[in-house]
Design a binder for this molecule. Sequence first.
Ligand code: PRE
Length: 313
Amino acid sequence: MIKAVYLGPPGTYSHQAALQQFDYSNEVDYIPTSSIPECIRKLETDKSIDYSVIPLENSTNGQVVFSYDLLRDRMVHEQDISRKGSQVIPTLEIVGEQYVSIAHCLIATGPKQVLGNFSKVKIYSHPQVWGQVNSYLQELQSKFPGTTFEKIDSNSTSEAVRHILKCERQTGVIDVAIAGEVAAKLNQCSVIASNINDVKGNTTRFLILQRRNNRQIVSKSLNVSLMTFTTKQDDPGSLVDVLTILKTHGVNMCSINSRPYNRGKQKWQYVFFVEYYYQKEGHNWDAFYKELGDLCSEWCLWGIFPRNANYYA
Ligand SMILES: O=C(O)C(=O)C[C@]1(C(=O)O)C=C[C@@H](O)C=C1
């Protein structure tokens, strides 16, 4: 049976992404883990695991930095990793992407409550959620000025729901969670308000990883490739030079991000994350990678995977 790890417990958006990836198949063992780093660590160390599903970015509040930094760390901080010249060859590779609609709910344990009846509302959720419900939380505060609202981080949205079930009742205090409707239903909790995200159509993009097996099948349709690299920082125009290689080879970039890293004494160094469209035919990919490799201090190819049709939804 195929085994896929995701950020649990059941009912998270990551769970939904895993179900979508495998068409809700019963032939897949969906294994919850307690954190995003744990999703990667399990895939790296437990050979019985086939896939890992991690969130990468949200259409409202951008990068899921935990995930970006896990990829970054594997490129710049891993000692025991294969290398070919300036190319770092990671042990994992990306084989797919999924898009999940995010419709957050405010969830409580008992029957529906009026929050203004409490002096304190403790709200639990995954840290990525706060930036997606900012206006809603501000509205709550203006509606109930006598109530203090406290945001508390949980490992995941569904974990937040489980947590409020365990909280001891305190007079004047209510514990609530922000998560999807599925998490509320699975834990038999009540939904105080639904679809509370600031932007309707809020979507999170997930990546599917496996251990690198060098047997990747590249489909003839539109694929995406993710590359990470560091530039020779003291050379003016070094980033432009790398990006120019994409232009001269007619390769279309579809995203660019950066994350800071510190190695040795030098601060203010960055790893760049660039995604571009990859079509097998019509490009001299060997020349492309050679020219890139010559310009980067270090670079890393994370895989080539089919563009999911929901990207356009
Ligand atoms: O906590 C969850 O439900 C997750 O799957 C994690 C996660 C994230 O890290 O972005 C996924 C989607 C939402 O944007 C909020 C949280």
